[in-house]
Ligand binder design. Sequence first.
Ligand SMILES: [Zn+2]
Length: 255
Amino acid sequence: MRKSLFFISAASFSLVFLLNGCGTLTSPIKEKQSANVGNQVTQQVVAAPVYKRGEIISSPEAAQQLLIEGNRRFTSGNTLSKDLSLTRRSDLIKNGQHPFAVILSCSDSRVPPELLLDQALGDLFVVRVAGNVVSPVEVGSIEYAVEHLNVPLVVVLGHEECGAVTAAVQGGENHGSIEDILDKIKPSVSKARKSGAIGKDLIEKSSDLNIQNALCEISKSPIIQEGVKAKQIRIIGAKYDLDEGVLKFMNDYSI
Ligand SMILES: [Zn+2]
């Protein structure tokens, strides 16, 4: 059962989602109380890591900080220049890839992770599927990144006004395999309806719950569970605001 769901700005940090089945929350990082939310929401205090391009990132906290800083650059228009040269491409072949985050995101053309997080070649391991739904194929991709590439952070990235979520809310006939995607989202829509949400709120609440559901599915992986319990990886939800360009990390999650 969903207990609570909050989002904090990209300038803040999220609680860590540690797994015990599907949805126990703890935070191993020093916290301070936030006064602006009714329920007790905590914000983590983490020193910003000093990151050099090409450096291997093994800390989930450092990886999240890099995403926060990247999204901040994106929204401010001060994105970094990207090294797309043959030298860089050759380096990634010679020395291998060391992405610091897995991003499972919607296929929506307005939500390209590398752009909105201002990252370059070799930085992100991206899995994209309409509605950011999770099947064993997506879990396998994430497991590969965690187990073989030692990626410390897994982010399920949904977004506002998601077409797949909207289609699941509106119902109606869909052809081909589109229905397979919507079937993954419909349980979240049902939960959102039971909460009394209507209209646009229903779509966004369904989207939030769909992110949670994806986290739940990912958390069933023994490989992911092992990494989380060892505090080597973190899995976390996030939602992207289409017009403001801000990515907000999910702060509290429980199923
Ligand atoms: Zn979408």
